[in-house]
Design a protein around this ligand. Sequence first.
Ligand SMILES: Nc1nc2c(c(=O)[nH]1)N=C([C@H](O)[C@H](O)COP(=O)(O)OP(=O)(O)OP(=O)(O)O)CN2
Length: 278
Amino acid sequence: MTLFVNRLTQLDVSLWCPKRGLIGASWHVDAELDGALGEDGMLFDFGEVKPWIKSRLDAGADHTLLVPSRAPGISVEECREGLAIRTQLPYPMEVRGPRQAFTLLPWQAIGAERLGEHLAKELMRRPPPRVVAIRLGLRDETIDGASYTYSHGLKRHAGNCQRIAHGHRSRLEVWRQGRRDTGLEVRWANWLADRYLVDAEDVIDDGDADTLRCHYQAPQGRFALCLPRARCAVLPCTTTVEQIAAWLAAKIARECGERIRVKAFEGIDKGAIAEAGP
Ligand SMILES: Nc1nc2c(c(=O)[nH]1)N=C([C@H](O)[C@H](O)COP(=O)(O)OP(=O)(O)OP(=O)(O)O)CN2
C-alpha cells in the first residue's frame, strides 16, 4: 500500500551553484510512503505523518546553506565559528557559521530530485512501524508571473532564520496607481535575482569597493559572510519580508514618481504588503 501527502511542508534554503553562485530556493515537499496496513486499517495516521516528516526536515536541511562539497573550487574547513565554506566559481564567497547552518552534500551540484532522494534515505534510517519505503518530491511553486530569489539571515530571529545564508524563491507583485504593473514586477524580480540582502548594520566598513563583508552574533553562534558587492543589496534595516516590501515600495516609488504598492512573498504563500509615495 502507498500513502501520499502532497505539499506536506516547504523547504526554504540557499544553495551554492558553480554557475549562478548563491541561490535562494523554496520547494514544496510531497511525500509517498510504502508499507503494510495495521489493525486500524491505516499505514500511518496522517496526523502523525506530517509532524514526523516536517520536524525531521526542520531539524535538518531546512533553512541551511546546501553545499555541493565536490563542486569545482569549493572548500570546507573547520573554523572558530564551526565551519568555513569557501568558493571560487562563479565568484569567491566565504561563509562561516555553526555546523547546523550547513548541509554538506558530497556532490558536484545540488538538484531538487537528488536532494529529495537523499532526505528520504535519511528519514528511512529510523522509519515508523510498518513503513518500508519513503519517497520525497521537492518541487518549485508554479509561479506564472515574476518571482525573485534571494538569500539572507535574520540575526534577531530566535529560530533557524538567524542562519546567515538561507533563502527563498518568492512571488513579487507591484501596483502602480492602483493597477498591477507586470513590467515593473519582472524588472525588480530580475534585479533581485540571486542577490544577498544584508542589513547595513551588519556590514563591516573596510573600504573594500569590490567585496562586502558582514557578520553578526545570533543565538546559535557567530556568523560571517563575504562576497562580491555586485551580488548584494544593502538595506538600511533588517531583511524581514515586511522591511523588504517597504524598501522595495519606496525604491520603486522614487524611481517612478508615483504611489506604489508591493506585495512581496517570502517563500510560498506568505509575505508582506507595503505602500510608498514618491
Ligand atoms: N513576520 C515575519 N516573520 C518571519 C520572517 C519575516 O520576514 N517576517 N522571516 C522568517 C524567516 O526568514 C524564515 O525564513 C521564514 O521561514 P518559514 O518557512 O516561515 O519558517 P517557519 O518556521 O516560520 O514556518 P514553517 O511552517 O516551518 O515553514 C521567519 N519569520
